[in-house]
Structure formats: structure tokens, C-alpha cells
Design a protein around this ligand. Structure first.
Ligand SMILES: [Zn+2]
Ligand SMILES: [Zn+2]
Length: 431
């Protein structure tokens, strides 16, 4: 029996993704590398990816090609989609060809190491994981706003020292009634481990693996792990061996994905040079601006930038740095309200991005110190993902989930933010 054309990979909020075994059935004359390595995204609503995120992350996202979906092809696709997701695709007449990030990177590159026979035990080191790195922390630059000549409105002082991720631990502890989430925050993951050049991605990944919450998941792995998990979710700690950690951290660093994602989160736009771009306005300030009677007369309260300050969540307790707010200097906004809103939404998308890392490895080869790491050049750009080789291990780092978040209002983000900082305040007081 021949391989089926479509295999179900997964469903998002708006679409389903199917692996395509032969791209020439959906694309006119696809290049050889793409033939068995692409996927089809089907949705009955138009695609709504954030344009700036796509521009900035193009090497990690790969191709997007819209193709017609005639009835016969649609029915063939639908037949492999679980019924509960049919509502996402019914009525679709077009689809988008995208890279298949769960494909084995060794096979894609026809890797020479793949030529030798690989044992079942070694294959256990082949997997794809999803990492949600969440948001970089830098001390905010615009810390207050004066609207219609009234009293200054400031951001919550927690934001002057603590990343959103650590605040969320307290929020989730309260929301889910699970105190353990807010315990040992100082030894928990902080996104800056990945984003900051002064911190180690390896330590960040170790911390994330220890307390994964839903920021680290296994997407595909050797069947033996799934059997052990008996149909449930496969715990990342089972699949990712301690010996793998360094390779994963190196692959992430060498791919340089965190530079691109961090800049999108901080600035909410794509620029060649970010040095002249003002960071995204906090919702505590953006929202009052939208409520101003005279939007032109608004003044920002600005602190000097200090990008190298470390996030305090892993080092100190919480002491509100309220006095810092008083040092902020009034200044006319250098962007319009409309631009500020656009950038805010782009940053929301960027803060929720998922990275997919697939690893093709020969686990039994000792990851000796001093093994060379290199980013593989000359990979067909449409394939998407950045390929990194470390010794005999091969990694592919990709970005997914860059849909616009404009379906939620600014009111929603304003209220949500207030709940988070309140939970943080309550949580640190209790400790
Ligand atoms: Zn932090
Ligand atoms: Zn964006």
C-alpha cells in the first residue's frame, strides 16, 4: 500500500496542519528538498499572521504558499482530520503550504551520518519539542503618562525589577490554587536566561525542564515514550536526557532566534536597526492614552534605557523601586497612538511565540567537550528553520504560532495585566 497523501499533525485555534507525503500533489513542480517535507495548513478563515513577526522571523518560519483546494483534495484531507476539528476547515477552498517542522532534519539534509545504520536505542534521541520562551525583561523606558493634564499615571513598580514570567508564576498559583507554582521562584526559569548575553541558555533550559508548566512540551518522539505515557502527554524529562541539554542550548544560541524574538517583543516591529526605536508601551500607559480626550497633548514619562540590568526574579526578593518612577522625565511621544497600538499587538504575538526544536541524533556518541558547533548554511530558505550541527547531532530550530492577537481588545489586556500584578503583590507579601 502506498503512503497516504495526508497525515494529521495537529490543530491550532484556527486551523489544522497535515503532513503531505508528496508535495507535487498540491504544488506545481516543488523543489526536490520540499517534496516530502512540507505540510498543509487548512482553515476556513483567512490567514492572519502578524506581518512584522513573519518578516523578522522568516528564516525560522519558512515558506507560505497559498494553493487552491479542490473538492476531491479537500475530502481527502478531511478524511484524516479528527471530527472535532472539522468546524475549523469546513467550507475551505484554499490552503497554505508551509514547512513540516516535525520532519527529521537528518533526512531533509540527506545527512551523511544517517547512512550508517542507527539502532532503536539511538533513535530515542530523535524528537521534536516545543518551547515557549515567553517574554524578555528589560527595565521599561516609558514608565508613566500624563493624560489631559491630569496626575501622572505610572506603571506598577513590579515591572521595574521583575519579568512578566515571574509575575505569572504568582498569578497562576492564585488562579489554579496551586501554591507550588510560586515556590522557589528564585530557582525557576526566567526568560532572560535565553535572551541575555550575560546568562546561560543551558541553565535556562535546565530550569525550564525542571518546572515545565506548559512552556515545554514534547511534540514527537520515539514510540516507546508514548507507550510509557499510556496515551497521555509525554513528560519532557523522560525524553530529553541530561546529556542532550548542552546540544539543545547550543543549537538555540547558534540559531540566533532569541535576538529576533526578543527584539519583536521589546519593540513590536521589525527594523534593521532597533537603536532608534522606542520600546513598546506598557498596557497600563497605552490604555489611558486611548481614553484621552486630547490624544495629541499626551506626555510620556521616560527613564534612561539600561538594557544590561539583570531581571531581579532570580536574585533578590521584591522591593518596589517606586522612587525610580519620580526620576522619569516628561517628553512628547515620538510615535502616534495608532502606531503604539499596532506595536503593542505585534509584541503580544511575539511574547506568545512557540519555538520548535527537532533533534536528530546519535545519542550513543558522547557529547564530548570541544565538539564543534556550526550553523549549516545553504539550506533552501523555503524549507524554514535554522539547522545547527553539533558533532554528529543535527538540530533544526523553527518558529510557529505568529497569529495576530487583535481579536482581544485593549480593555481585555488592561484588566488582565491588573490581575497579574495584583496577584504578584499578594504572592510576594505572603512569602
Ligand atoms: Zn525574570
Ligand atoms: Zn508581530
Amino acid at each position: 500500500m502506498s503512503e497516504p497523501l495526508f497525515t494529521f499533525i495537529g490543530a491550532g485555534q484556527r486551523n489544522v496542519v497535515l503532513q503531505v507525503s508528496d508535495a507535487s500533489k498540491v504544488l506545481d513542480s516543488p523543489p526536490e528538498e520540499l517534496k516530502t517535507n512540507c505540510a498543509l495548513r487548512i482553515s476556513n478563515v483567512p490567514p492572519c499572521e502578524c506581518e512584522n513577526c513573519y518578516k523578522a522571523l522568516k528564516p525560522f518560519c519558512g515558506m507560505r504558499e497559498s494553493v487552491p483546494l479542490p473538492e476531491a483534495l479537500f475530502n481527502e484531507a478531511k478524511s484524516v482530520v479528527p471530527e472535532k476539528f472539522h468546524r475549523l476547515i469546513d467550507g475551505a477552498t484554499v490552503a497554505t503550504v508551509v514547512p513540516n517542522f516535525s520532519a527529521d532534519p537528518g533526512r531533509i539534509l540527506a545527512d551523511p551520518a544517517r547512512q550508517r545504520s542507527v539502532t532503536e536505542e539511538e533513535r530515542k534521541g530523535d524528537y521534536t519539542i516545543e518551547i515557549k520562551p515567553k517574554s524578555i525583561w528589560q527595565r521599561p523606558v516609558v514608565v508613566g503618562i500624563i493624560v489631559d493634564g491630569g496626575e501622572p499615571i505610572y506603571i506598577h513598580p513590579a515591572k521595574l525589577s521583575h519579568c512578566r514570567y515571574s509575575q505569572m508564576l504568582y498569578y497562576k498559583a492564585e488562579r489554579d490554587n496551586d501554591e507550588s507554582l510560586a515556590q522557589d521562584v528564585a530557582s525557576s526559569y526566567c526568560p532572560n536566561f535565553f535572551y541575555s548575553k550575560d546568562l546561560s541558555s543551558l541553565e535556562g533550559f535546565e530550569r525550564l525542564k525542571q518546572k515545565a508548566i506548559n512552556n515545554l512540551k514534547v511534540i514527537s518522539c520515539h514510540p516507546s515514550f508514548k507507550e510509557k505515557a499510556a496515551g497521555g502527554k509525554v513528560p519532557p524529562a523522560d525524553v530529553i536526557a541530561d546529556a542532550d541539554l548542552k546540544g539543545i542550548a547550543d543549537a538555540l544560541d547558534f540559531s540566533e532566534i532569541f535576538q529576533s524574538v526578543g527584539a519583536l517583543q521589546l519593540y513590536g516591529t521589525y527594523a534593521e536597526d532597533y537603536s532608534k526605536v522606542t520600546p513598546v508601551l506598557d498596557i497600563e500607559l497605552l490604555y489611558p492614552w486611548t481614553q484621552a480626550k486630547d490624544k495629541e497633548s499626551v506626555q510620556w514619562l521616560v527613564l534612561p534605557a539600561d538594557a544590561d540590568l539583570p531581571c531581579a526574579c532570580t536574585s533578590e526578593g521584591y522591593t518596589p523601586k517606586t522612587e525610580l518612577l519620580q526620576q522619569a522625565v516628561a517628553q512628547k511621544p515620538d510615535i502616534t497612538l495608532e502606531t503604539a497600538i499596532e506595536r503593542f499587538y505585534c509584541s503580544v504575538t511575539a511574547k506568545d511565540i512557540s519555538l520548535l526544536l527537532s533533534r536528530y541524533c546519535l545519542r550513543l556518541v558522547d557529547p564530548k567537550n570541544g565538539v564543534s558547533v556550526e550553523r549549516i548554511k545553504d539550506v533552501l530558505p523555503s524549507l524554514g528553520g535554522v539547522f545547527v550541527r553539533e558533532g554528529e547531532d543535527l538540530f533544526r530550530v523553527a518558529a510557529v504560532d505568529i497569529d495576530e492577537k487583535t481579536n482581544k481588545t485593549l480593555d481585555h489586556y488592561y484588566e488582565y495585566d491588573a490581575k497579574i500584578v495584583k496577584a504578584f503583590e499578594n504572592g510576594v507579601k505572603k512569602q
